[in-house]
Design a protein. Structure first.
Length: 540
């Protein structure tokens, strides 16, 4: 894996950004030179064929040579499309024993029950721009009553600033450019659990707006960002509420779903289910067009956490729902494919009420899914048959998981953090990495991102008091391989329902979100990076 000077072309005239290089020293932050320029490689208004010129998916960081001085400069490709014909193949690999995990840095300041987020918010190299040459920042929601949101430096953990005010401890924030000004904003939740509202802040913490549409947020919920109608700024959504990103003005509020849990504890997502070019707002049991009209609504479907992926042999997406009754998969039109499967043998109830992750766990080129069920974390084939089951300890919460191909060998390691440990599971469900953490668990989960611009992935995991009343580890730990051998990941993770194509590398939101199920076909996982662009692992 390469240092920032190689991987991002930051200020090293002699380096070749397409060379793999070797692992860098973990003490090197790869700080970009202040002379590095930022240039858009293409205008977003002409992005309909982004990536088709063979330069790689235009969603991510790209490179070009500055012909004037001969130096490699940071560039951000801004088109909002990915063309799979332009995707580079994944070639870099790490040795099979590259799971010598160590804590790169930690931050201790209370309890966090929320997934950490990663995005660029600060001008670290002092060149007057906030861009991909700057070190990513971590957005960390901390607290169990009056929550605080801290902005930390991704390379060191030093605190840049804290958002003003107290925040609803139940709702995971989201970050992204919600007003089309080219800079990310932070959206969080404030107020009472059953009358919460969304609040937005500029990238520097300046208050932006407070929405007026209330929502319920009991024990765990999550905010999302997407451009549902492909017009103007993105929309922001949570529970059943959808608002304008630039003003916070309400667009529509979906009717309550059946049951207290469904109304107050969910993480909606957005996807173009019907192929008309606009995105549907999806809660699982129901889905809505951008204007609030119903796309499908089936009260026979038990409400739960929705994920979108291609889980059969056609080209259409499916909606994967994990509810108190188990696993349900709907076709893209809302008809039921199968319902309420519980293959791990755990009983219904909170054992199953958890978000899932989607990735290719066995290297056959077909995505599977993984989800917790209290005493087990398991990977399942698309028909809900078991791939493998691992023992974990999470009877208390609704924790999610993620995955990443740390070795670049075509098989993703599934990751889950229970009440006492962070695990990475191999293709057969054996734990190849175990790191101590503690949690009573809500819907938080570990994430993978290149949080320090060193060209290798890191894992971020939070801690809080477990059900023994003990917090055994710091609030946030950033975990790396001791030799930085892990494959590079994207440098961003902007929301709980992250699925790569929902956000560009610079934090802007695609006007036309590429259908992720036709590209990487993953959900709640990050993409591998080679040569500055997303790469696609070879099948089988």
């Amino acid at each position: 894996m390469a240092l920032c000077a190689v991987a991002l072309g930051c200020g090293d005239d002699a380096s070749n950004p397409f060379d793999s290089g070797t692992a860098g020293d973990s003490t090197t932050t790869g700080a970009p030179a202040t002379t590095a320029a930022t240039t858009a490689m293409a205008d977003s208004s002409s992005s309909s064929g982004g990536g088709s010129d063979g330069d790689g998916p235009s969603l991510d960081v790209g490179f070009r040579e500055d012909m004037g001085g001969g130096s490699k400069v940071c560039t951000m490709e801004t088109p909002a499309d990915i063309d799979p014909r332009g995707a580079v193949p994944c070639n870099d690999q790490a040795p099979p024993n590259s799971f010598d995990a160590e804590v790169q840095w930690s931050w201790d300041g209370g309890e966090s029950y929320h997934t950490p987020l990663v995005i660029n918010l600060t001008d670290d190299n002092g060149n007057g721009e906030i861009d991909v040459c700057d070190t990513p920042d971590v957005i960390l929601h901390v607290g169990t009553a009056a929550g605080k949101i801290h902005i930390l430096d991704g390379a060191t953990g030093a605190e840049h600033f804290q958002l003003p005010g107290n925040f609803d401890p139940n709702t995971t924030p989201a970050v992204g450019d919600i007003d089309d000004d080219g800079l990310p904003e932070i959206v969080a939740s404030a107020g009472l659990p059953f009358a919460a509202t969304m609040v937005a802040f500029e990238h520097d913490g300046t208050p932006k707006w407070t929405s007026t549409a209330p929502f319920s947020a009991m024990a765990g919920s999550a905010i999302g960002i997407a451009n549902l109608d492909n017009e103007g700024p993105a929309e922001v959504y949570v529970a059943g509420v959808v608002v304008r990103g630039d003003t916070g003005a309400s667009i529509f509020t979906a009717p309550p779903q059946a049951g207290l849990l469904a109304a107050a504890l969910t993480a909606p997502t957005a996807a173009d289910l019907d192929g008309d070019g606009t995105l549907e707002f999806i809660r699982g049991q129901d889905a809505y067009h951008p204007d609030g009209s119903v796309y499908y609504d089936d009260d026979m479907v038990v409400p739960g956490f929705p994920q979108v992926a291609n889980l059969d042999d056609d080209e259409d997406p499916e909606v994967l729902i994990i509810s108190t009754e188990g696993i349900t998969v709907l076709e893209h039109d809302g008809t039921t494919k199968y319902a309420n499967e519980r293959p791990s043998g755990d009983p219904n109830g909170f054992s199953w009420f958890r978000p899932a992750t989607v990735h290719d766990f066995d290297g056959d080129g077909i995505s599977e899914y993984a989800v917790s069920s209290a005493s087990h974390y398991a990977a399942y084939h698309r028909d809900a048959t078991v791939m493998w089951i691992a023992n974990v300890q999470d009877p208390s919460g609704v924790a999610a998981g993620t995955a990443f191909d740390f070795l670049g060998d075509g098989t993703a390691e599934a990751m889950f953090a229970d009440e006492y440990h962070l695990f990475a599971f191999d293709v057969d469900g054996s734990a190849v990495m175990t790191v101590d953490r503690s949690s009573g668990t809500l819907i938080e989960y570990p994430i993978v991102a290149d949080v320090d611009n060193d060209g290798a992935a890191e894992v971020l995991v939070v801690s809080n008091r477990n059900f023994d009343g003990e917090q055994l580890t710091p609030t946030l730990q950033v975990i790396k391989d001791s030799q930085d051998r892990w494959i590079q990941a994207r440098r961003i993770w902007n929301q709980h329902t992250y699925h790569v194509t929902n956000v560009n590398e610079d934090g802007t939101i695609p006007d036309f979100e590429p259908p992720h199920w036709k590209l990487l076909n993953t959900f709640r996982t990050n993409a591998q990076i080679e040569g500055g662009t997303v790469c696609v692992p070879p099948a089988g």
